[in-house]
Design a binder for this molecule. Sequence first.
Ligand code: GLN
Length: 196
Amino acid sequence: MSRPTIGVLALQGDVREHLTALAAADAAAGPVRRPEELAGLDGLVIPGGESTTISKLAVLFGVMEPLRAAIRAGLPVYGSCAGLIMLADKILDPRSGQETFGGIDMIVRRNAFGRQNESFEASVEVAGVEGGPVEGVFIRAPWVESVGAQAQVLAEYGGHIVAVRQGNAMATSFHPELTGDHRVHELFVAAVRAAG
Ligand code: GLN
């Protein structure tokens, strides 16, 4: 597979930034909203935004169950920030009724790094990303409290887990799509190619 087709779940969040980063990482990228659009994808990105809203809209648009099934069946997925929350099997502090797609055996804490005005940037060393640390943009970012035996920790910051990979699924607490550095997206595109 030379140029994989990767969707960006376009219910809410920073969809455009992920589309740009994926195109720069040599993927054919397009927005995805409806369940029937999942067919034919080589991979899918779940953007940053607000996980409670993404959860609600996923149910409303009928993609919650089909996407859960696709991830279980091996669709490569990458989530940033709210997307990381959506890929967690368990949220420590969910809003009532909040659901996730799951895929990574981890427990996440929403807004763990503080509120909007406590957002920050920090250098983060990510396993599998060559050429030095990436600039992590943390905006009302979650952290990962704990991971199961199948999950591999890719990065930590301030003593907390901020990037994880398990099988076909990968997630970061921070937003590489906002920096113009496409190495995390390249890592995901390489995983998508390897899976195809
Ligand atoms: N705190 C947000 C949530 O719970 C995530 C913030 C983000 O994606 N920048 O979804």
